[in-house]
Design a protein. Structure first.
Length: 147
């Protein structure tokens, strides 16, 4: 479970700070994405912390926090998906949306695994969190490197 706590703490690094380079349209998109992220990031962090701190002592509270984490990550993903990306950046935008969708799914999977005490499923959910973080990091880097 300590490994999961470390992964959830790393969510703090998931807030995209999109650099201001590229076309005006690209920079507008970056600004819009950052605004949405800033709206949801405090809740993502809160629910991650709640899930981590309650996992061993209060599984019901951890489960509720994971539900909230999943719902918040879904809202984040949906709102970013609704922002019109520049045509030449759509694939990169889709990668970012996918990262938050993966996070939502991983939270739900972890809740399910915890409720059944299925260690293999817990490990798969943790891998989902790792993948979400890697996907998000890759998408941000690629988008920031694109002109």
């Amino acid at each position: 479970m300590r490994r999961f706590a470390i992964i959830l703490a790393a969510l703090a690094a998931m807030l995209v700070v999109l650099a201001g380079c590229g076309s005006s349209e690209t920079n507008d998109y970056r600004g819009d994405v950052k605004e949405v992220q800033e709206k949801y990031f405090p809740d993502l962090q809160k629910y991650s912390t709640d899930a981590t701190s309650n996992m061993n002592t209060d599984p019901a509270a951890a489960s509720a926090a994971l539900d909230q984490l999943s719902a918040t990550a879904t809202k984040l993903s949906d709102e970013i998906a609704a922002i019109e990306a520049p045509d030449d950046k759509q694939q990169l935008a889709d990668q970012l949306v996918g990262a938050y969708s993966t996070l939502a799914t991983a939270a739900t999977d972890l809740k399910t695994a915890l409720s059944t005490n299925d260690i293999e499923a817990v490990n798969q959910a943790i891998e989902g969190f790792n993948k979400a973080q890697q996907d998000e990091s890759t998408a941000v880097t690629a988008f920031n490197d694109a002109e």
